[in-house]
Design a protein around this ligand. Sequence first.
Ligand code: XMP
Length: 523
Amino acid sequence: MPSHDTLLIVDFGSQVTQLIARRLRELNVYCEIHPYQSLTAERLTQIAPKAVIFSGGPDSVTRAGSPRPPRQIYDLGVPILGICYGQQVMMQDLGGQVEGGKISGGGGTAEFGRAYVTPTDKRIDLLTGWFLDTREQVWMSHGDHVSEIAPGFQVYGTSPNAPFAITADLSRHFYAVQFHPEVHHTPNGKTLYENFVRLAGFTGDWTMNAYRDEAIAQIRAQVGDAKVICGLSGGVDSSVAAVLIHEAIGDQLTCVFVDHGLLRQNEAAEVVAMFRDHYNIPLIHADEADLFLDELEGVTDPEIKRKTIGRLFIDVFQKHAGDVGGAEFLAQGTLYPDVIESVSFSGGPSVTIKSHHNVGGLPEKMGLKLVEPLRELFKDEVRALGHELGLPASFIGRHPFPGPGLAIRCPGEITRDKLDILRQADAVYIDQIRRHGLYDEIWQAFAALLPVRTVGVMGDGRTYDYACALRAVTSVDGMTADYYPFSHDFLGETATRIINEVQGINRVTYDITSKPPGTIEWE
Ligand code: XMP
């Protein structure tokens, strides 16, 4: 079994706990997020962390029964860093005092937003590279505050509303800060994490180069000489998983690429060429466009479209995978964010905005065991691993593409003609974005073909053609997004090219809706 120095992040339910993990992974430190409820003394022994971070959280430590880590965590003898709620937990657990916040009225101590921390005259290793400009901007987001620090702690930084902004007990290597160093609005936050992992003795042993070899060994150990099937979508995750597994077990792997006829221009041919010809991975190209498009005829409701595609996809995948014969494993490109158990405080079910298309349920249906070699990785690590495996940079950096494909970019009824028009418009748009060097700045961009035809004039003639909408967003994880601020010149040039080069479109609009209230896709 591979063994890395592990940093344990105890999750108290902050919205930004994953960001802590990402900051640490960027420093080549392996970390795991565990909800506070799951941590028993036994679990702590298994994880054997070399350091611990307490995340922030929405609760108040002044409330009886609020989240706490197991007491044994303080006896592990390893450095601990408490952040926001984590600071308050640490203070209260170790004998200090926390007061509830007064949000309104005079003398309020709650603090939300930018604040400036200034140092005391004592310097500590945690703050190497801090306070070069006398004060540091930090992001505060707390109702409660520490009113008395625990015995053994001293203050190393203060802000107007947080006299105990940075505290530490140097003899035990316990550190506690009131602000959030993991967010973007604490510009020097990364340095603080760097200092913490250095003083905790991490050597930066988590790299994708090393991970590749370990993952290969693990896959071989798990699979033995059994056969594995992998559904390829053309996306980065399933592709990296497939190439990695192929390196591990060669032709024991067969990929099944379900072509539902809702892919972008040349996409199917490119996927087949890359995997079959370039990587020599046995690949079944299931060209089932007719099946999907016939079944979708006349369907206009977005949820029925999604459900139809999801159902057919599973049937088709099952049929073709069955042809491989004797496969025991199904490979999936599951990532770490899908695996992290979240701390839920609301308890209630959340509303389904869109039913996402995935192959969940397939392993049970087909009686297959799962191989998920990316389970420990974040998306940026998957890209780095793809790079290690020699996948082309242009492929690794591709924007996300939804499972139901162009079906959800063609609101209303889908026809083969409309899909053709959409493919061409999308190709021109993406070409424009690449030519202007904007592709990597944008998180996702695509064209949608609107179900309206409008009147135009070209040359001396009247036209009556479709309108298309262009979408481009910046985002971190697709959960929220802002529209990308293209210049008017860029938009004008792109509209002209689309109308000139794509027969069937005579009007182009740019979608300037953020998410929320919009979603990224149109359906
Ligand atoms: P929305 O439209 O919900 O999209 O704002 C957020 C992100 O998810 C992608 N998306 C999907 N991905 N299966 C997927 O694999 C789906 O059914 C699906 N629907 C949306 C979308 O492209 C965007 O990146």
